[in-house]
Design a protein around this ligand. Sequence first.
Ligand SMILES: *Cc1c(COP(=O)(O)O)cnc(C)c1O
Length: 817
Amino acid sequence: MTAIGLEFDQLQSSVEALRRSLSNRLMYGVGKDAVTARPQDWLHAAALAVRDRLVERWMITTRRQYDQDVKRVYYLSMEFLIGRTFSNALIALGIHDQMKEALASVGVDMDTVLDYEPDAALGNGGLGRLAACFLDSMATLGIPGFGYGIRYDYGMFRQQIVNGEQVEAPDYWLRYGNPWEFPRPEVQYPVHFGGRTMQRNGHVEWIDTQHVNAMAYDTVIPGYDTSATNTLRLWSARADEELDLSAFNQGDYQRAVEARNISENVSRLLYPDDSTMAGRELRLRQEYFFVSATMQDLIRRYLRTHSTFGRFSEKVAVHLNDTHPVLAIPELIRLLVDVHHLPWDDAMAHVRRVFSYTNHTLMPEALETWDVELLARLLPRHLEIIFDINAAFLREASERGAHDLDLIRRISLVDEYGQRRVRMAYLAIVASHKVNGVSRLHSQLMTRDIFADFARLFPDRFTNVTNGITPRRWLAQASPPLAHLVDEAIGPRWRSDLFELGALRKLRGDAAFEAAFRAAKRSNKVRLAHRALQRTGIVFNPDALFDMQVKRIHEYKRQLLNVLHVITRYNRILEAPEREWVPRVVLFAGKAASAYRMAKMIIHLINDVAAKINNDSVVGDRLKVVFVPNYGVSVAEMLIPAADLSEQISTAGTEASGTGNMKLALNGALTMGTLDGANIEIGEAVGQDNIFIFGHTSDQVDQLRCAGYRPRQVYEENAELRRALDQIRTGFFSPHDTARYTDIFHTLVDWGDHYLVLADYSAFIEAQEAADQRFMDVPAWTASAIENVAGMGKFSSDRAIAEYARDIWHVKSIEMQ
Ligand SMILES: *Cc1c(COP(=O)(O)O)cnc(C)c1O
């Protein structure tokens, strides 16, 4: 690329320069003047002023990438849970205070306008948020990378609580436009469906298809304290003009428009659950839609600077965030073999060097499979390719000594039991050079249980990369008081090297620092109490212990165990109100998948229990229960800095890693946790004295299930538990609908209690008592909270991304000088 001498402004970061940019962007970008501008207009103008500054870095980075002919990472994910961008960009550019001042100088309060920015909620929960943290870290480390996904018109639904129940409202996040994205109508690829295959001149052709176009929208991802940036490229469906015209020419205008709408549906909606497959065919179409466009795009980019595919796998790494993008494998093979006419073996060799895959769940019901008949109808060529990969793989396996027919049947990419289905995780394993789990325990269980056969066949393929979170968003941005305190104590370098937090240990026993730490936490709690009062009308005491369980509502995460503790505590308070109680505010937040009946019932129960307790005058300040609606990234940024206690209480062996646990510990909350996912590693990092571990280990869970777990026996033998469960069953919390929760009761007592809630109940109650004791000892609690912050170095997503870059992708940082 030759640099043509374009002249542009080289925008400065002074308050004066920002103020001028603001005026320019309001005038020329938004088309308003200061008299008529609403807060949204100011936000839009400010976003454009910030974006202009990012674009300069973006251009420089792109040019460097070309000049250095770098290897690029393509991070494929169905979900990117970005949240808001404005504050994040200000922090990355280091212009937060200047922008605040510039806005103030034109009479605009930045904190007020900030709240007008909608969350980009293109994800359900942890998996999508991980992808967002990883983009931030890739940019910060200068790893040349792209995020690729879908630009859903409707992201995660907005959750309202009406009479205690979840009601879902559509989230049309693009209503006021999105100042952060660049539409790229010139970057469009056709994505085909249906049709059939035929042989011609020794090549397979896929013909008689229908297609929709994928159009790119680009967002700049700034790195922190570097001019390196990356790109998030999201695809949006565009109906093909020609297709419409034929109907239009026949005079059927309405049909033309309808056909358009139907084909554009593919990027309309984020599926409101990442573990069950709703609307199967449309979901499959979405998966193929975005990986096909992405593979076409990466080939085009590669061929711009290379004339043959000889160095393809030296220049390209493709990462599959869970199995949703696995169709990228047969799609890349199709493009290389059918379109670019590479020999099959060469294409396969490239594929295996290029792809890597992260597994996110051990739960068999969440492992994706696709019906062979559906694939045959929608993607006939890809099905042939999958069969060919399978045949070659099974041949290779038997050459390596797998003669056992039962084994061959178990590892086949095609499940032949009953209706034939393709096992997407197996396809990912067979075609990747690395497969990783997301915490040490999860990676161990993955190779011991669900992928044991593959781990024996390919022992070097499996590895672990424990998840991480970006400290920029989850401490610098979410908790200004604590971030400032840490800056004063140890300097600001922790933002790009989180191990620096270890230096806080030097302040052990420093009474002034401990007092300042408490004050910082307290101001976060006051901020939350204030917000909660506005939104829920509930008054609570900022000096109470803030006990938080904020995450998707799911039986395996065991919000029910937490509710049983709340009820038990309530009963105990009523029995001895005069005792010295540690005041607690128990906060819940989280969305339930719209079709997940039990999860919705749990939300209802939490709200019914909250109503009863909060209105009981005997209880008063001793216990409050709050369900904060519409959990998402921005709500998390408000809640997490105010937590004292972090509930991470999944049944051991079910939570692959968790990242909420890391965010909370980084903000000085003590973990109340099972030995599950990353909780184990958090305990090692912060010290076992600074975490409350309880309950069955994953081995004990297995043993208990094998030995024949009998929850009814637990129920009968524990009077306090029995009382709490009977209150749920008999309508104590739902007096106008006494049978409302009988299914919850039966699930726990009579229908097997699959997640072992009752088995862990008494250990949980004891651990909660220990937490009360510690909280009463103010210096001891503060010391533990500080140890938590100090120990979090390992849980930066920068560390995780550095491991991926070194061990899996084999990519280097770009040189910016
Ligand atoms: C971090 C995060 C999650 C994941 O939380 P877990 O406790 O790990 O399940 C989910 N949703 C949002 C909005 C998050 O920020």
